[in-house]
Ligand binder design. Structure first.
Ligand code: GLN
Length: 276
């Protein structure tokens, strides 16, 4: 079964065998290791039909994570839905850098465009005392993020709908503001290939060559950052210089870019120093 499916999927998925294993294990409600342990197991007619239904969705290009409604991020299980981006390993870089640089236990942090809640909930899982807020424009994303908070037993994280800062309390200050905003230019070829075709465009595409939301967040963040507060962005691999320019023009200090696991510029951060 796996071998047959693999040949069919191979035409478009570079992880065809793994895709088949994940779908089969999902139908059997087991880990993929079960397939190795019981290779001779015969599927019931019902299991076979269930597998074929999911397999056909995958053949249409639907991402595995939308079919199984789950994706691991920061070694935590997250529910995903077509209302949100599928969390990417590269985004773990934001979590990693924030945790390495901010060691105090009493900090506050805002995640803008939280989607599944991946960044906000991962940070909260490591720093239980932090006051973490996660906002998203999409109500559907917020209800999914709340489900994830419940599943991960992180009820202290505040998740609410907001158009960037529109519903963030005006007097609230954060030590850390982080965002993986939409940053892809609408003409980017990447949008018509692979998994991204199924993801919400509102989470991917930004005006102004992909810089519009980064600009808006960087500007408005100055009202909500504490003195010495830090701002972190994920961005496109060719956008680092552009993001640094935006931050420099707004007067941010200590601007730095980090590379992702593929060696591409992916995260830029900076510090906000209030002028007396
Ligand atoms: N990194 C994602 C991609 O290239 C985009 C994520 C985003 O726009 N925030 O598909």
């Amino acid at each position: 079964m796996i071998n047959q499916g693999q040949q069919l999927l191979a035409a478009f998925s570079d992880s065809a065998k793994l895709d088949c294993k994940i779908l089969l294990a999902f139908v059997l409600n087991k880990e993929t290791s079960y397939l190795l342990t019981w290779p001779e197991k015969k599927l019931t007619e019902q299991e076979y039909q269930a597998f074929i239904t999911l397999f056909e969705r995958r053949l249409q290009g639907e991402p595995i994570a939308y079919i199984t409604q789950e994706r691991e991020f920061w070694s935590l299980p997250f529910y995903v839905s077509p209302a949100t981006l599928i969390p990417r390993p590269d985004t773990e870089l934001l979590v990693e850098h924030i945790l390495a640089r901010h060691l105090a236990s009493d900090l506050s942090c805002l995640d803008l465009g939280t989607g599944t809640g991946a960044i906000a909930l991962s940070l909260a899982s490591e720093q239980k005392q932090w006051q973490v807020h996660g906002i998203d424009f999409s109500e559907a994303a917020i209800s999914l993020a709340k489900k994830n908070a419940q599943r991960l037993q992180l009820p202290q994280v505040e998740l609410y709908q907001s158009d960037w800062f529109s519903n963030v309390a005006a007097n609230k200050k954060f030590n850390i503001i982080v965002s993986n905003p939409p940053y892809i230019d609408e003409a980017d070829q990447h949008l018509i290939e692979g998994d991204v075709r199924f993801e919400p465009l509102s989470a991917l595409v930004a005006q102004d060559n992909g810089f519009a939301d980064i600009k808006r967040i960087a500007k408005d963040a100055q009202v909500y950052l504490t003195n010495n507060g830090a701002l972190y962005f994920e961005h496109g691999f060719e956008q680092a210089a552009g993001v640094r320019d935006i931050l420099k023009q707004l007067g941010y200090q200590s601007i730095e870019t980090f590379k992702d696991y593929g060696g591409n510029d992916r995260v830029t951060c900076c510090i906000y120093l209030q002028l007396k």
